[in-house]
Design a protein around this ligand. Sequence first.
Ligand SMILES: [Zn+2]
Length: 292
Amino acid sequence: MTRRGAARAAAVLALALLPLTAESIDRLVVTWHPVRPRIGDISWVHVRGASDAAVIEGSVGTRPLAFFAYAGGHAALLGLDIDTKPGAHPWRLAVLEPGVDPHQLSGTVTVRPRAFPVQRLTVAPGLADPDPETERRAMAEGQQLQMLYRTISPERLWRGPFVRPIAGTEPPSGFGARRIINGRPRTPHGGADYSAPRGTPVVAANSGRVALVGDYFFPGRLVALDHGLGLYTLYFHLDTVAVTEGDHVDRGQTLGTVGATGRATGPHLHFGAQVGGARVDPAALLALRLAD
Ligand SMILES: [Zn+2]
């Protein structure tokens, strides 16, 4: 075999070895990490081969992807909501580059199933079944939060790994639990709970902007951080709050202290994470490793 022939054979072999989830058109390569995420995971897609000037738009099912510059290419996070159906979910991307015809790419991400525990809780009757006026208030507050989570700030504000919101090593519990409160099934638990004494400092999991400080019926005193590109972290049931809306915070900066405000059976931190409106496992956020 000539040297050129060997090079060509190596190139053909390299193409054959590309993972099935990588789609390439011309020079564009799309790779998903991990290849087969579970319900509640954060997956991310890496697009290589487009110019720095390229604008990439995309979605998985109905969820939009917000791309950012990453490792000489472009990347976007995908949140696999707690209620995602296992199986294949279609994705599509459009790569728009000045002076070049737009490229359309598509494929599927296969989501693995995950079993969630069932949790039975007893709370004061007024907290389980609020009176109609309180119910309206709680509903309006829930809608306000949904609107916030769907707001995609264009700038990426986080860098490096996300850290635990309270000191210690004990893992949080309860993400995805199918909750039965006072004998009636409720919406699944969208965050993870850290039990800690009242007054324990709560810190920002990463840098971002304080998008909301509130005192809501179910979450109690709360802080929502916007990390940009549709990624939010949430800190509920706080006793005190040490930041105000609009503040920029750094990773590890104190946001307030653990309490038992709102619907809480005792002092604990409810820590939530949202990616593009998907409720994801905060543990997946803490495990997220991008090389920057
Ligand atoms: Zn909770």
